[in-house]
Design a binder for this molecule. Structure first.
Ligand code: 2U9
Length: 347
């Protein structure tokens, strides 16, 4: 029996040694140390031994079992470490690979112009006001000196939601709303950027949807010279200090007197070319002194307060700045067009 136990020990140790996986090792453990294994069988047969042999064989059987157990544990450690090493090897990251390029977007050209204008006016002490695109007839027209049957309404036909609700045709209603909130007390100094809508046939220079930046200053003692100084500054900052500025008399129902402002043509320096249509001048915006009726309707006393207002067509500014020949490019989302504008600056 001694020899049998010794034989089993050598056999088991050999199999442990040659085990290549934890599963194989476990099979060896079950085969030699399990309830149905040969060592258990030896112990079971001890009853047939002479009484003096029993403790000797029992001790030897336990010794063999302990030796096998010990080797299994040692081998298990080795195999577990092997599994971890293999896993680490498989999952290792090659940090020498170049990173994937970050896709950097850019602002829409209209957003760029709006942000530039906003920064300029914020620097002049203006605040930015934004308002609803669905407006009432009152704020879009009536409060701006355009009563129901006024002929100037024809120039600003809109998309109607009901008799009294429409898509705003300019951002001016927000100026009227802001004045109302001031309850007749100045100063008011705002710019209102945003989308506006007009019933129009789209072509290279017309779009049924476009963007405006309008401005309004109301206080005691505001004069036409304030308007001229402000808009000349805007024109020069936007188009270059070397540009000449011209004021032409115009008409808007909400301002009196009204002006349109031109800058000298950069292409031909006044000689006349296709960009300035042979005039040497390019129209960039309109403005005027707020009509007393408009002041009154929004709660300001025109005997005490005066103000100036202006309107800028953002697409027009962007087209001139970037040399864009068709307003529809702004709204057709052609990535080849949009990609031409410099990426968003990171903070
Ligand atoms: C209030 C009082 C006065 C806003 C004004 C213009 C002149 C103007 C055009 C520019 C290009 C419209 O987008 S465009 O076609 N706008 O020339 N806008 S004065 O005057 C106001 C507005 C609100 C309460």
């Amino acid at each position: 029996m001694k020899e049998r136990l010794e034989e089993l020990k050598q056999e088991a140790l050999g199999k442990i040694e040659s085990s290549q996986s934890l599963k194989e090792l476990n099979d060896v453990r079950v085969a030699y140390l399990g309830k149905k294994g040969p060592i258990t069988e030896v112990l079971r047969g001890m009853g047939k031994l002479a009484p003096e042999e029993r403790p000797v064989i029992g001790a030897l059987a336990n010794e063999v079992r302990a030796a096998i157990q010990e080797q299994i544990e040692a081998k298990q450690k080795i195999l577990e470490e092997k599994v971890i090493a293999e896993k680490l090897q498989k999952e290792s990251i090659d940090i020498t690979l170049p990173g994937r390029p970050i896709v950097q977007g850019n602002h829409h050209p209209l957003t760029k112009i709006i942000e530039e204008a906003e920064n300029l006016f914020i620097g002049l002490g203006y605040t930015i006001a934004e308002g609803p695109e669905v407006e009432t007839d009152y704020y879009n027209f009536e409060a701006l000196n355009l009563p129901k049957d006024h002929p100037a309404r024809d120039m600003q036909d809109s998309f109607y939601i009901s008799e009294e609700l429409l898509l705003r045709t300019h951002t001016s209603p927000m100026q009227a709303r802001t004045m109302e909130k001031h309850e007749g007390k100045g100063p008011v100094k705002i710019i209102v950027p945003g989308k506006v809508y007009r019933r129009d046939d789209d072509d290279a220079t017309h779009s049924h949807q476009f963007m405006q930046i309008e401005g309004l200053v109301v206080d005691e003692g505001i004069r036409m010279s304030d308007l001229k100084g402000t808009l000349a500054l805007f024109a020069k900052k936007m188009f270059g200090e070397d540009r000449d500025i011209r004021y032409r008399p115009s008409f808007f129902p909400f301002t009196e007197p009204s002006v349109e402002i031109d800058i000298s043509c950069k292409i031909c320096h006044g000689d006349g070319c296709s960009v300035c249509k042979g005039t040497g001048w390019i129209e960039i915006l309109g403005g005027g002194m707020v009509h007393p009726n408009v002041l009154r309707m929004s709660g300001f006393d025109p005997e005490k307060y005066t103000g100036f207002a202006f309107g800028i067509g953002v697409e027009r500014i962007a087209m001139l700045r970037y040399g864009i020949d068709d307003i529809r490019h702004f709204y057709t989302n052609d990535v080849r067009f949009l990609k031409q504008f410099s990426p968003v600056e990171s903070n």
